[in-house]
Design a protein around this ligand. Sequence first.
Ligand code: PMP
Ligand code: GLN
Length: 383
Amino acid sequence: MLNRRLAGLGTTIFAEMSALALTTGSVNLGQGFPDTDGPPEIAAAAAAAIMAGRGNQYPPGPGIPELRQAVAAHQKRFYGLDVDPGTEVLVTAGATEAIAATLIALLEPGDEAIAFEPYYDSYAACVAMAGATRVPVTLRPPGFRPDISALRAAITPRTRVILLNTPHNPTGAVFSRAELTGIAALACEHDLLVVSDEVYEHLVFDGEHVPIASLPGMRERTVTISSAAKTFSFTGWKVGWVTATPELVSAVRTVKQFLTYVTGGPFQYAVAEALALPDAYYAGISRDLRAKRDVLCAGLAAVGFGVYQPAGTYFVTTDIRPLGETDGMDFCRRLPDRAGVVAIPSSVFYDTVAAGRSQVRFAFCKKEEVLREAVERLTRYRA
Ligand code: PMP
Ligand code: GLN
């Protein structure tokens, strides 16, 4: 029944693998969600908003003023960016809706959208929904650095959008200022829009997060997307946001109106408070995750995986060839039964599937004992 444009999209690998984790009793290092909720005072703020009747009826379409102001204040506080909360912020149902609404709003059928592969699965789906064509530029191990000359070569007269994601899921690469400057120069030269997915902006262990909108010439051509999910460990709340010029925000809002109309009211009040948490909170989440990264990376390396150490995000990409394996999809389908661990085959994030065939992604946004249990199970399996 699915229309031809969307043929082949099927069930997301995350849902498939999380279901498999449940039925096999496996440690789930597949889908990226933390096993510990975010700050209790922020959860209490959501509960208090519900009980006080704040946001229980349709909130304003662009988002409640408190949250739009908090997003603008966040962009100023961390990046020195001036964003007008009245016209340059749109609250969305997670970054997922922001990506969908943005791509549907900006792309015409026949347009091309360039994305660095491996890429997050919703990009392909949303480019397809817009009737456009995705054009991959491959990030290659060990560093998964963006190749600016490959990007230049991928640009055609039909290119409309460069879809960027830094810190990058699934590789954990954090694009440097110099790399982003190279991407920005091409966007300016060819008059392209950039859609920048920055949901992991605060989960950086090495280097710094640079929003491409902060580079010269980019503010007017960038739609910046982020979300409360990862920064505050509330992936179930689905509160995200877009910041861009009034013209771009208005285009995205036009689509959002007819996707969800508005985003859950009480959560918006809580996220407005979360964004104002002190610097110690933000430093704390990346410090905690770095420790988890180190535990899982060391454990996987000891088991025999090739480990590409991530500089940010929830994820580590591994190479299974040192284990004598070649096909990540096959490996991940067998792993729950054999080892009691779930991981994601990175090939699902590639158009050029061969490039990622032997890569497997593990999530480390889990309690340390859970990570150690997964490593123990993998060690026993390999013994
Ligand atoms: N972009 C990337 C790169 C992601 O990893 C995720 C996480 N699911 C999202 C967007 C979606 O974020 P949200 O949960 O806020 O919709
Ligand atoms: N972003 C998460 C991941 O990459 C999962 C989100 C989802 O299930 N759609 O694993």
